[in-house]
Design a protein around this ligand. Structure first.
Ligand code: WT7
Length: 680
């Protein structure tokens, strides 16, 4: 059940009223407004979503039914019979609405001098050319296209070109390494992969294309690889007929070559995005065109109070769901200006974010608590050098924001008055589910506040009371369908059904508590996922890499509290007979994880053990290992059920030695690395 470590958040006393200035012109202009809309939306959800979908999007053909629900199989199809195209909604319609020459996408490269700006017209031109190009590679409606790309405009262009054709894009975060990339391309059965020669990160170049080559040998579905020249890598190995440079490919298509938008069914998939599940295999979450886009536009408008002249910056990598919904689809559907930043918050200096805010006069800044913590550590002097009075709304996502970081952000960036919108949601939910409305909600630091209008979220006790819930904590579920809800899990119906098996409605996998004011406090994952810097990782996946090393017999991976990352990874490993414990082995294990999954999954600590604590049926009791890693020995609980209770004292001793850096116990050198902003 929910981890106890966030319970201190529940006792926060202070709350903050929404700003008065700007309230009257806000989309949701006060608490009464919010309450009235919520009541109305829950009384007649179909009427509510019907109105939102009509208002926010352009449909080639109106839907026959707002919702077709198959309650037995938990299939919810929104706006059935409706036809639309996401690229048309994000670009074409703005060309005739007075936004033709408005900045759609502003790109800031890692090099401060590297900036690019696309107006809606320019974006249209490039997206059409790329759509032609993909089409020339025989990509058709329904085909999968994998995007393994750095944070460059071509990534957005590729997404929208796929949407235009009706191809399903599947972004793979560029920080993933071999195993992570391979399993995603294979699961998606991608026909084309779009990548770049390299990604630039904190002054270093990571060779994406070269990393991809060996992976592709095991991905028979891939017919072509399109490569963007970006990082200046020389001698990129381009394989015969398979590999094509992006610039050569689009060169064949003239600038005025319109590519007509495919009229997509509301329930045709728009994209596929993998998330780490509770099993080792990544879960391919599928999102629809109509419902998803409605929800993206809807939640962007209300959570960020998005107005037409806003410059909006979502710092997440476009390779994650946050980048999809709030970096691309939501803001562009609303005709806003969205900023894309290639670099990291602290390179070359910890002033990058504030420079960008001042430079582009950012109005809305959406980032992650882990970024705030890492910048907080660098001190206020960096923030004080820059003007940030353009800012109107601050927002966070990915993990609970600890009150210390909240207050720092509020004081130093928000001048003690800007609202902080803490949005709780998941890859599966498509968009924000629980979040303040900036001009309506009284804020309690550390709480994501209340569900969005139309969302029926609740906290339910475990069906079989495990006696650990206590204090009103339970499972966070969503009882009614909403348009942003995933369409399904790609090629894994059983996995999709598992979200509904326990409660008969959508189960998030998070623990939460609702306080006396109806505010939700998220307590963290209940399943075997770890939230590192706001990124969901599967413990099973990390364990699989460790046990694939010939020296390792068993591995158990658990979360540990981490000052910057929120949670870090703690691995217990049992070596095979005769294999001596050594720092060299530790390093090689850590390298294996970095190589296979990516640096994000690198364990903070690797502890060698003589035996794992086990039940009589031989199952490792991870709950106890979790308590030890968290240094919460008093919460170890009943250890009598252990088949081998004698294993525990040695594990506890080993843990303490490791923390104190006693021989053979060097902590991770990578321990301080922050994967901020969703960028790695
Ligand atoms: C998990 C979803 C949604 C975008 C980023 C991650 C945690 C997310 C919050 C928040 C507390 C949060 C949850 C959730 N989470 N936002 N505001 N407060 N926890 O997407 O990879 O699908 O991970 O992130 O545990 O289940 P994701």
């Amino acid at each position: 059940m929910p981890h106890a470590r966030f319970t201190h958040l529940l006792n926060q006393q202070r709350s903050y009223l929404p700003p008065e200035h700007g309230k009257s012109s806000a989309w949701i202009c006060g608490e009464e407004d919010y309450t009235a809309i919520c009541r109305q939306a829950l009384e007649d959800p179909q009427d509510f979503w019907n109105a939102r979908a009509s208002l926010l999007l352009h449909w080639f053909k109106r839907w026959d039914r707002v919702l077709e629900a198959d309650e037995v199989n938990h299939k919810y199809r929104w706006f059935t019979g409706g036809k639309l195209n996401a690229a048309f909604n994000c670009i074409d319609r703005h060309l005739i609405s007075g936004r033709r020459n408005k900045a759609a996408l502003i790109w800031q490269g890692e090099d401060d001098m590297a900036k690019r700006c696309y107006t809606y017209q320019m974006l249209y031109t490039e997206v059409c050319r790329m759509a032609h190009a993909l089409s020339s590679l025989h990509i058709r409606k329904g085909d999968q296209v994998a995007l393994y790309m750095p944070m460059i405009p071509e990534l957005v262009i590729a997404m929208l070109a796929c949407a235009r054709i009706g191809a399903v894009h599947t972004a793979i975060f560029s920080g993933y390494a071999e195993g992570g990339v391979r399993s995603r391309i294979q699961d998606a059965r991608a026909r084309v992969v779009i990548t770049a020669d390299g990604a630039i990160r904190a002054g270093k170049v990571k060779p994406l294309k070269a990393n991809l080559d060996p992976i592709l040998e095991k991905c028979p579905s891939v017919a072509h690889v399109v490569v963007v020249r970006h990082a200046g890598i020389e001698n990129v190995n381009m394989k015969g007929r398979r590999d094509i440079w992006w610039h050569d490919l689009v060169d064949d298509f003239t600038l005025n070559a319109d590519f007509p938008c495919e009229a997509m069914d509301a329930n045709d998939p728009l994209f596929l995005l993998h998330t780490s599940g509770s099993t080792g295999k990544p879960t391919g979450i599928m999102h629809s065109t109509g419902g998803y886009l409605t929800y993206a536009a809807h939640s962007t408008q209300w959570c960020f109070d998005m107005r037409d002249d806003d410059v909006y910056w979502c710092t997440a990598d476009m390779g994650w769901i946050t980048g999809h919904t709030y970096g691309v689809y939501g803001p562009l559907a609303l005709g806003a200006t969205t900023i894309m930043f290639e670099g990291v918050p602290t390179y070359p200096k910890p002033d990058r974010y504030w420079r960008i805010v001042e430079n582009f006069r950012v109005n809305i800044l959406y980032t992650a608590p882990t970024v705030i913590r890492s910048l907080m550590r660098e001190g206020e002097a960096w923030t004080e050098r820059y003007e940030h009075n353009s800012l109107r709304i601050l927002a966070t996502v990915g993990e609970p924001i600890n009150p210390e970081a909240w207050h720092w952000f509020h004081k130093h960036i928000g001048d003690s008055e800007l609202p902080i919108v803490d949005t709780w949601w998941q890859t599966e939910t498509g968009g924000a589910i629980i979040s303040p409305m900036p001009y309506a909600t009284r804020l309690k630091p550390g709480s994501a506040c209340k569900p969005l209008p139309g969302i029926d979220a609740a906290v339910l006790p475990s069906p079989a009371q495990d006696g650990e819930d206590g204090d009103g904590a339970g499972h966070l579920v969503i009882r009614k369908p909403w348009p942003g809800m995933m369409l399904g899990v790609f090629n894994d119906e059983a996995k999709y059904q598992s979200y509904f098996s326990r409660f008969g409605c959508y189960e998030s996998g998070d623990g939460a508590r609702v306080d006396e004011d109806g505010y939700f406090w998220i307590l963290g994952r209940i399943d075997d996922s770890i939230n590192v810097s706001g990124h969901r990782l599967s413990t099973v996946e990390v364990e699989a890499v460790l046990t694939s090393c010939p020296d390792i017999a068993e591995a158990a991976v658990v979360p540990m509290p981490h000052l910057l990352k929120g949670e870090g990874i703690y691995a217990y490993v049992l070596t095979r007979d005769e294999v001596p414990w050594s720092d060299a082995l530790r390093k090689s294990l850590r390298d294996a994880v970095r190589r296979d999954i990516g640096p994000l999954a690198s364990p903070e600590y690797i502890q060698f053990v003589e035996a794992m604590p086990k039940t009589s049926s031989g199952k490792i009791i991870r709950r106890m290992l979790r308590k030890i890693a968290a240094n919460a020995l008093e919460e170890l609980g009943d250890t009598t059920a252990l088949a081998n209770p004698q294993a525990l004292p040695a594990i506890i001793r080993g843990h303490q030695n490791l923390l104190q850096g006693l021989p053979e116990s060097a902590p991770a050198e990578e321990g301080g690395e922050v994967f901020a902003g969703g960028s790695e």
